[in-house]
Write a protein that binds this ligand. Structure first.
Ligand code: PEP
Length: 250
């Protein structure tokens, strides 16, 4: 059985003090609720270490929102996987559509990051998803399959990997994929993993849905057979909304 996983992506929100306050509130509620699902939060880089300390006792995992694929050196503004691991991160989110669209990350760059993060012992949440134009042109499956295959090129072991399917048109827009639309793409991703790896790998892979998940739609999405929790943006900044989503996941 796959264990659902819910991760809050805080994006570029919250100062260090605000992050500690929000993380502490989430840690307390998760500690009291003891959900069956795995829970994580991804604050900004400056807040990682302090938030990690606030989460330590609670079992809530610390995630980073990005990384570089080199260990160190002349890469102004970048942060390496080695630094993230030392800051207490267990997960790193890679290939988020905002990184792809606003910062020009290609499948090749994402693949370098995936390989580096896994080699460093971090777990990876690999984000994939089509734009509205791609959906309307009927190439969703083609685009998502390429993102998965190219993002995982030369990755032999995906035990520590989670995939997040996030249709770009549903991120931060209030538009959610219907549970059937999401399930269709999740099933296709699982099929791709079976072709690239094997049946066991496909069966064990957790595939989160992301894109305007809210307390009101989380349960129906997470109830679909190939949806194993969510990657949550806006709703992860409000303790009660995030907790309602965590509870919907288990
Ligand atoms: C995200 O950025 O990963 C995301 C899913 O955002 P939102 O929930 O705000 O759509």
């Amino acid at each position: 059985m796959r264990r659902n996983i819910v991760v809050g992506n805080w994006k570029m929100n919250n100062t260090i003090a605000e992050s500690i306050e929000l993380a502490t509130a989430i840690a307390e509620k998760v500690g009291a609720a003891k959900p069956d699902c795995e829970v994580g939060i991804a604050p900004t880089f400056p807040a990682l270490h302090e938030v990690g300390k606030a989460l330590e006792w609670s079992g809530v995992k610390l995630a980073a929102q990005n990384c570089h694929y080199e260990n160190d050196g002349a890469f102004t503004g970048e942060v390496s996987t080695r630094m993230l691991a030392a800051a207490g991160c267990s997960y790193v989110i890679l290939g988020h559509s905002e990184r792809r669209q606003l910062f020009g990350e290609t499948n090749e760059v994402v693949n370098r990051k995936v390989k580096k993060a896994l080699a460093e012992g971090l777990r990876v949440i690999l984000c994939v998803g089509e734009t509205l134009d791609e959906r309307e042109r009927g190439v969703t499956e083609e685009i998502v399959t390429a993102q998965v295959a190219e993002g995982l090129a030369d990755v032999s072991d995906i035990t520590e990997l989670v995939i997040a399917y996030e249709p770009v048109w549903a991120i931060g827009t209030g538009k959610t994929a219907s549970k059937e639309q999401a399930q269709e793409v999740h099933a296709s991703i699982r099929g791709t993993i079976e072709r690239l790896y094997d049946e066991q790998a496909a069966k064990h892979l957790r595939i989160q849905y992301g894109g305007s998940v809210k307390p009101g739609n989380a349960a129906e999405l997470f109830g679909m057979p190939d949806i194993d929790g969510g990657l949550i943006g806006g709703a992860s900044l409000k303790v009660d909304d995030f907790m309602a989503i965590v509870e919907a996941a288990g």
